[in-house]
Design a protein around this ligand. Structure first.
Ligand SMILES: NC(=O)N[C@@H](CC(=O)O)C(=O)O
Ligand SMILES: [Zn+2]
Ligand SMILES: [Zn+2]
Length: 435
């Protein structure tokens, strides 16, 4: 038995919506027919009537934290992938800053095995650049690649040594995998949690300067040029980084970049005060000028893709106060509704622009065979309700993390069905993931 998704509104190449019926059989898309040709014979198949809904390729998130192994009180592969499914994501790439970190063949395999046994969406692991993410010694890239790592990153911390980064890039280039960089110079950020700007001035706080990120971007694009590696910049948040990436791309350097919804929607001036650590994340919320630069960077192609940097923490950890609480906010279950409501429904972006940056373009940047609705492709599909307005309520998240600054926002664009490899893994009717 397959699944017929009938009366689907899909994003057509000419940026109009097309009305189509889509048959998923086994793990692939078996047929796509124009709705103008009449209703197909659906006998023997499950039918999902998508009338009035948007049907997209399954969303792809190339920067997420699943916390397993070691931080199961924050999230597990079971809860994190259910949260992803609820947010419409069918493929996610998880960061290695777990406990232990993902720096050996065994830990890569452990994540893949757990994801196969307990996950509901496709999980692609990154391996660490350096052992224990300590910046002292490179991991065994070849062995990690063979085990299933799709790239290398020390996300959570920047690689402080230029020589170490250069060696990493040379090794990664030699085996054809990317370096994914959390860009942060530790000497510039000590003792600060918010970005240098209006907020830190008002509260008399030490601020994190934009250069702490951009110095690594500038250093690394030069090293990428020297080594020929595919260099991917994590969570771009500053005007200076956007400028450096734009310049590097003009030079033909193999650099790509990602941005998170919160860095497109919030600035330091939105932080309500000093008593809510759900506004504390790394990189921090920057100035309105940086937000504008990130939007423009995404719009002109300097920034390639959108990621959530889903970073769950427990309520107890976030209750420690802004100085002691860990950095990070959850992202899966609000990403599409936020961006649809604030950029597409307002007319600033087309639906095609947004959907591509969460599907086909991440697939292209990382060489994945997902992210398009076409016959023969993997049956990864997301069905989205663009009409119903709902209020963000962390209490109903499938994630263990409730740490979001978007509580109470009224949004449209909620995923209602998520299908991974032909399996329906999330459906709004169930109010929970169904496998
Ligand atoms: N983004 C965050 O604020 N936190 C991430 C680490 C990271 O992405 O750098 C985490 O692991 O919690
Ligand atoms: Zn990071
Ligand atoms: Zn991260």
């Amino acid at each position: 038995m397959g699944i017929w998704i009938v009366n689907a509104n899909t994003v057509a190449a000419d940026n109009e919506l097309a009305k189509q019926h889509i048959l998923l059989e086994g793990n692939v898309i078996a047929k796509i027919v124009d709705a103008g040709d009449g209703m197909p014979d659906t006998a023997g198949h499950q039918v999902i009537d998508a009338a009035g809904r948007l049907v997209t390729p399954g969303l792809i998130d190339m920067h997420v934290h699943l916390r397993e192994p070691g931080y199961e009180h924050k999230e597990t592969i079971a809860t994190g992938t259910r949260s992803a499914a609820r947010g419409g994501f069918t493929t996610i790439a998880c960061m290695p800053n777990t406990r232990p970190v993902i720096d050996t063949v065994d830990t890569v395999k452990h994540v893949l095995d757990k994801a196969a046994a307990e996950g509901v969406v496709r999980v692609l692991p990154y391996g660490c650049i350096t052992k224990n993410e300590l910046g002292r010694e490179l991991t065994d890239f070849e062995a990690l690649k063979l085990a299933g790592a799709i790239g290398f990153t020390d996300d959570g911390v920047g690689v402080q040594s230029a020589q170490m980064m250069k060696d990493a890039m040379s090794k990664a280039a030699a085996i054809g995998l990317p370096i994914i960089a959390h860009c942060e110079d530790n000497t510039l950020v000590e003792g600060a949690w918010a970005s240098e700007g209006e907020f830190t001035r008002r509260h008399g706080l030490k601020g994190i300067p934009n250069e702490s990120e951009a110095i690594h971007v500038g250093r690394d694009v030069l090293l990428a040029e020297a080594t020929g590696v595919h260099y991917h910049v994590c969570h771009v948040s500053t005007e200076q980084s956007v400028r450096l990436i734009r310049h590097a791309k003009q030079f033909g350097i193999k650099v790509t970049a990602e941005v998170c919804p919160h860095h497109l929607l919030l600035s330091d001036e939105d932080i309500p005060g000093l008593d809510d650590a759900n506004w504390k994340m790394n990189p921090p919320l920057r100035t309105p000028r940086d937000v504008q630069a990130c939007i423009e960077g995404l719009q002109d192609g300097t920034i390639d893709i959108i990621v959530t940097d889903h970073a769950p923490h427990s309520a107890e950890e976030k209750a420690k106060g802004v100085d002691l609480a860990p950095f990070g906010i959850v992202g899966f279950e609000t990403a599409f509704p936020l961006l649809y409501t604030k950029f597409v429904a307002t007319g600033q972006w087309t639906l095609q622009f947004l959907v591509e940056r969460m599907t086909a373009l991440p697939a292209k940047v990382f060489g994945l065979d997902y992210g398009t609705l076409a016959v023969g492709k993997e049956a990864d599909v997301t069905i989205i309700d663009l009409e119903t307005e709902k209020t963000v309520n962390p209490a109903v998240f499938a994630s263990k993390g409730r740490n979001t600054p978007f509580t109470g926002w009224n949004l449209k664009g909620w995923p209602v069905h998520t299908i991974v490899g032909g399996n329906l893994v999330w459906s709004e009717h169930e109010q929970q993931a169904i496998i």
